[in-house]
Design a protein around this ligand. Structure first.
Ligand code: UDP
Length: 252
C-alpha cells in the first residue's frame, strides 16, 4: 500500500487565497491516493475556505486553531501545531509535509515524499528579499546523503540547518511514537513561537533529527528543484462599487 501523505496547509482569507488553494488543490488531486490535506485556519472555519475545499477532489480536513499570533514572524506556526496535535491524537500514520498555500509545487515532489523513511529534505528555489534575484536554499547532496547546505544568509553559522518550511518532510510516527526513532525529547514535537525570524525551521528540525546522517536528500543528488517560494501576495482588494462578494477573489 502506498504511504499516506499528510499535507499541512495554514491558510487565511485574502484576495489571492482562492487562487492559491485552487492551484494547490489541483496539484494534490493529481497525486495518487492516499493523501489527506489538513487545512488549518485561525479563529473559525471560513465559508471561503470551506467552499474551495468542497470543490477539490482531494480528501481533506478543515481544522481551526484557536490560538492567534499577531507577530509576522509566527505566520502559520500555531496552525501547523494544530495539525500536529491532530496527527498525534489520531495517530495518523504517514509522511507529514508543511505546504504553505502560496508556494508552487511540482507533482514530482509529492511522489518523492513517499520514499522518505525518517526525514527527507531538498533545495527550494525562492525570490530573494530584493525580489530581483532567484536563489536556492537547502541541502547539497551526494546521492541521498546530505553533505552541506546552500544558504543566502550572511552569518552562515547561526542556523544549524538551512531549510525552508517547504523544503522538508518527515515520518508522522516521530510525533506519536518518538521512542521508535530514539528521540529523547520527552515533550511533544511542535513549532515554537519564541524563536527569532528565520529560525522556525531549524528549531523544529532539531527536535526530530540529530544530524545530517539521519536525513535523506531528495531527489537523487538533490539535483532538481521541486518547489518555489515566491512571496507573491496582494494585501488589499479593491472591488468595483456595489459589488459585494467574498473576501477572496473566487472563481466560478
Ligand atoms: N498564514 C496564515 N495566517 C496569516 C499569515 C499567514 O494562515 O495571518 C499562512 C499562509 O496562508 C501560508 C503560511 O501561513 O500558508 C505562511 O505565510 P506567508 O506565505 O505569508 O509566509 P512567508 O512564506 O512569506 O514567510
Amino acid at each position: 500500500v502506498p504511504k499516506l501523505l499528510l499535507i499541512v496547509t495554514p491558510t487565511y482569507n485574502r484576495p489571492l487565497q482562492s487562487y492559491y488553494l485552487h492551484r494547490l488543490g489541483q496539484t494534490l488531486s493529481l497525486v495518487p491516493p492516499p493523501l489527506l490535506w489538513i487545512v488549518v485556519e485561525t479563529g473559525y472555519a471560513s465559508d471561503e475556505t470551506a467552499d474551495v475545499l468542497r470543490r477539490t477532489r482531494v480528501m481533506y480536513r478543515h481544522l481551526v486553531c484557536k490560538k492567534n499570533s499577531t507577530e509576522m514572524k509566527d505566520r502559520g506556526v500555531h496552525q501547523r501545531n494544530t495539525a500536529l496535535e491532530h496527527i498525534e491524537r489520531h495517530r495518523l500514520d504517514g509522511i507529514v509535509y508543511f505546504a504553505d498555500d502560496d508556494n508552487i509545487y511540482a507533482l514530482q515532489l509529492f511522489l518523492e515524499l513517499r520514499g522518505i523513511r525518517r526525514f527527507g529534505t531538498w533545495p527550494v528555489a525562492m525570490l530573494a528579499q530584493s525580489k530581483s534575484r532567484a536563489t536556492l536554499e537547502g541541502s547539497v547532496c551526494n546521492g541521498s546523503l546530505v553533505i552541506g547546505w546552500n544558504t543566502n544568509e550572511k552569518s552562515k553559522n547561526l542556523r544549524r540547518f538551512h531549510v525552508d518550511m517547504s523544503g522538508f518532510a518527515f515520518n508522522s510516527s516521530i510525533i506519536w511514537d518518538p521512542k521508535r526513532w530514539h528521540l529523547l525529547a520527552p515533550s511533544s514535537v511542535r513549532q515554537l513561537d519564541t524563536v527569532k525570524e528565520g529560525f522556525q525551521e531549524t528549531t523544529f528540525i532539531e527536535q526530530i533529527v540529530e544530524d545530517e546522517s539521519q536525513m535523506e536528500g531528495l531527489p537523487h543528488g538533490c539535483s532538481k528543484i521541486m518547489n518555489w517560494h515566491l512571496h507573491l501576495d496582494a494585501k488589499r482588494l479593491v472591488y468595483p462599487r456595489f459589488w459585494k462578494v467574498s473576501s477572496n477573489l473566487e472563481v466560478v
